[in-house]
Design a binder for this molecule. Structure first.
Ligand code: MTE
Length: 281
């Protein structure tokens, strides 16, 4: 257990110097979202299956094999099916420039290609009893050296409420900068939920399962008081060990103010009406 708690601290490693600077030197008005460069996006990665060192993920993932690939869609659906990657690329591919805000208080802007998860879920036809969607990353310690670490309950898992999963902003990314998804970013396909902390956006998905009850997720299992199931970006709700008021955009010197729902409040706040966001963090 002690090992698991220290593992949780690792995700926070760069949060330690992410405290709100006294005097508030953060940028007050969000600047236009200029996408980060391909080099920045593919060389500063959280992908614990490879390494806890953000710069080490790119070289360590060089030989990862993203094809052939299959994703099993099942659980409480009328039409369970195992999709080959090629089947999934038939869903209408869209381009979306989204901010990605890591719980560690840094951020990137990424031009994704992908398809809306709701298209896939509509084809699967959730049963009326389905309330949540659970996602699972590939388990393959031969390709993922980090999965030999006993400190994490592998494989990586994540989850969304069904209405969050059906929201038009929720994407299954299959590429970025017009190229197929690079290995460090979760090839061949990963979730992108832009109004939530980045750890919800699970990489290298092999299973999508509709469930009646809230699914267990890796970070919430390890440290529930630090990583809530919802994990909506919220400058008012601090991480127990650091402030979430500001963030460091990779490539910038000044800190920026963090925005409620990562700036997507107009589109997603209604999903949480009546909920206390400090309780359901
Ligand atoms: N998915 C898996 N399978 N393993 C991980 O370690 N890290 C998460 C998320 N998805 C992670 C994951 C975290 S903490 C973040 S911030 C984002 O991926 C980072 O995505 P990026 O490397 O594409 O910027």
């Amino acid at each position: 257990m002690a090992g698991i708690v220290s593992a949780a601290s690792l995700l926070a490693a760069c949060g330690a110097n992410a405290t709100d600077p006294a005097g508030g030197s953060a940028t007050q008005t969000p600047l236009a979202d200029v996408p980060n460069t391909f080099e920045q996006i593919t060389n500063y990665n959280n992908y614990y299956e490879f390494s806890t060192d953000k710069q080490a993920v790119n070289p360590l993932s060089a030989n990862f094999r993203p094809t052939p690939w299959a994703v099993e869609v099942g659980g409480l659906v009328q039409n369970p099916k195992t999709y080959a990657l090629e089947d999934l690329l038939r869903f209408e591919q869209v381009e979306r420039v989204y901010r990605l805000r890591c719980v560690e208080a840094w951020s990137l802007v990424i031009p994704w290609t992908g398809f809306e998860l709701n298209k896939l879920l509509a084809e699967a036809e959730p049963m009326t009893s389905a309330k949540y969607v659970a996602f699972t990353t590939l388990l393959d310690p031969e390709q993922f050296p980090g999965q030999s670490s006993p400190f994490y309950p592998w494989p990586y898992t994540e989850g969304l409420r069904l209405d969050e999963a059906m929201h038009r902003l929720t994407l299954i990314a299959t590429g970025l900068y017009g190229e197929s998804l690079p290995n460090p970013n979760g090839a061949p396909l990963r979730l992108v939920v832009p109004w939530k902390y980045g750890f919800k956006s699970i990489k290298a998905i092999v299973k999508i399962e509709l469930t009646e009850t809230q699914p267990a997720t890796l970070w919430n299992t390890i440290a529930p008081e630090e990583y809530g199931f919802y994990s909506n970006v919220n400058p008012e709700v601090d991480h127990p060990r650091w402030s979430q008021r500001t963030e460091r955009r990779i490539g910038e010197l000044d800190r920026r103010n963090t925005l409620l729902f990562n700036g997507y409040a107009d589109e997603v706040a209604s999903l949480y009406s009546g909920m206390d966001l400090s309780v359901n963090y």
